[in-house]
Design a protein around this ligand. Structure first.
Ligand code: GLY
Length: 314
């Protein structure tokens, strides 16, 4: 393998039962979307793009696919409104950008990147984030773009059962037809730079103003060239309490673990401390890819060290 082909990319589209996927055709639809998005990431790398460019591009495509809980497929809060969170991090210098509880932004991950590069802050929320988007020349998107029939029905069901539904899991609400969701992309480019991006609509029927782990550095998103890149998906409160992405990075930094060992240790910690629900994708500083989850399934895929594209729907 030549040096320029030594890149790794991973993406995920949510962890959990994914029991809304009842037939082969729908499963293939998820798998093909993940595969195509990984191939797009490969093109970015082949054209000399950075890890940061690759994760922004892949996360944007995941946000543009309504089957995933982010961007146009975001779930609805208790008011029937979309409030999205996203974060992006550059492992070269730990620069990070995030937005929380934001509406009318088609690609929250792109706004997070602008917060990182065009402001002196790490996180902007709600109306302030929207104003910043306009200041940067980003178009605002009408509410209708986000209100898919599936998401409206999902909220009705949550209200009928008086529950918050966690996009992609069967636990907590007891049913088998819910799913946790979040999308994420991580990458290591041939220069050894790591980056991570995570984006979500959060939890169905969540309280207005609730923010999850996805935009929180060290919880749902983390990248450090010295250790690894991590993106998490699942019940955000569990990841915030365990600072799971930074914990995995610390296992590498302090204990000399590789991606697989650190992922295993991180998932064990998540389960033991808070019975955490969800999963992570991890690329270490040598380009090794790893994933782990406590839910039944996590849809994710990877290209390890320029190799073939692999997708796993379990
Ligand atoms: N992991 C997404 C959320 O809890 O909002």
């Amino acid at each position: 393998m030549s040096q320029k082909d030594n890149y790794s990319i991973m993406v995920h589209g949510g962890a959990g039962a994914l029991d809304n996927v009842k037939d082969e055709k729908t499963a293939v639809r998820y798998i093909e979307s993940i595969r195509q998005i990984l191939e797009h990431g490969r093109e970015v790398m082949k054209l000399g793009g950075s890890a940061l460019q690759a994760v922004e591009a892949c996360a944007s495509l995941l946000e543009d696919d309504p089957v995933f809980n982010a961007g146009c497929g975001s779930v609805l809060n208790e008011q029937g409104k979309v409030e999205m969170d996203a974060g992006i991090m550059d492992g070269r210098d730990l620069s990070a950008g995030a937005i929380a509880s934001v509406s009318n932004i088609a690609n929250p991950v792109q706004l997070a990147r602008l917060v990182m590069t065009e402001s002196e802050h790490v996180m902007l929320i709600s109306e302030g984030a929207k104003r910043f988007a306009e200041h940067c020349g980003m178009d605002l998107t009408q509410d209708e773009y986000f209100l898919t029939p599936d998401r409206v029905e999902q909220l009705k069901e949550a209200k009928r059962s008086h529950k918050m539904i966690l996009d992609h899991d069967e636990t907590d609400t007891g049913g088998e037809d819910q799913k946790y969701g979040t999308i994420g992309a991580i990458a290591r480019d041939p220069s050894g730079n790591l980056a991570s991006a995570t984006s979500t609509g959060g939890i169905v029927n969540k309280r207005m103003g609730r923010v999850g782990d996805s935009p929180i550095v060290g919880s749902g998103v983390y990248a450090d060239n010295e250790t690894c890149a991590v993106s998490a998906t699942g019940y955000g409160e569990d990841f915030m309490r365990t600072v799971i992405s930074k914990t995995i990075s610390d296992f590498i930094f302090m204990k000399g673990m590789n991606a697989e060992e650190a992922t295993h240790a991180g998932i064990e910690y998540l389960s033991r401390k808070v019975k955490g629900r969800g999963g992570v994708i991890v690329i270490d500083n040598e380009g090794n890819c790893s994933s782990g989850f406590t839910t039944k399934k996590m849809i994710h895929g990877w290209i390890e060290k320029g190799g073939e594209t692999k997708v796993r729907f379990k």
